[in-house]
Design a protein around this ligand. Structure first.
Ligand SMILES: CC(C)(COP(=O)(O)OP(=O)(O)OC[C@H]1O[C@@H](n2cnc3c(N)ncnc32)[C@H](O)[C@@H]1OP(=O)(O)O)[C@@H](O)C(=O)NCCC(=O)NCCS
Length: 158
């Protein structure tokens, strides 16, 4: 694919500690805190891909699969899974690690749309991507369908 770059170029991994002020009375992390972490790691992945400033246009989906508890280590992984002309779809998976037992579980999965912008805040084109690993191929192949669903949702909400 001409001018396309490997998906792995955007892959970004971050670790965070779940601290008491970030948790509710069950001592599990607030969803809003996880969203802020997801927003940041998705932004970094898209900046690495676009090589430009970006803005978050939409949280397309967020699934809180299981709680993360105080003292857990959150491991966030983000990768650009689909591109439009100026927009990028970023997949973020968040796992909670209990460092004492080594048990790791998925806590949140999310798809986010970001848009590359210039210094005036106007959208600018981004490179295409291509997948290499089996895991990347699965995420990439369903990207077109998710884009159609996104555009439909956007049109219906106007
Ligand atoms: C995102 C933003 C730059 C889009 O600007 P715009 O003038 O609507 O530009 P366009 O309509 O040309 O859209 C640009 C791209 O973004 C996509 N897009 C815009 N809004 C979207 C939305 N709500 N959901 C999904 N995609 C969206 C378009 O489909 C288009 O993609 P493409 O170029 O790959 O085809 C603009 O709405 C903005 O600045 N929003 C605020 C962003 C922000 O401040 N985020 C921080 C959190 S508040």
């Amino acid at each position: 694919m001409e001018n396309a770059v490997p998906m792995k170029q955007s892959r970004t991994i971050q670790s965070r500690l779940v601290l008491p002020p970030d948790t509710n009375h069950h001592l599990s992390i607030f969803g809003g805190k996880v969203l802020a972490y997801i927003d940041e790691v998705a932004a970094i992945a898209s900046m690495k891909h676009a090589k430009s400033e970006i803005v978050t246009a939409a949280f397309d989906s967020v699934d809180f699969v299981s709680p993360a508890n105080v003292g857990d280590i959150l491991e966030l992984e983000a990768i650009v899974t689909s591109t439009g002309t100026t927009s990028m779809e970023v997949y973020v998976i968040v796992k909670a690690l209990n460092f004492r037992t080594g048990e790791q579980k998925i806590t949140t999965e999310s798809f986010i749309t970001t848009v590359a912008i210039d210094s005036k805040g106007d959208p600018i084109p981004v490179p295409k991507i291509y997948p290499e690993t089996e895991e990347e191929k699965v995420l990439y192949e369903k990207g077109l369908l998710r884009r159609q669903q996104r555009l439909e949702r956007r049109n219906n909400s106007k």
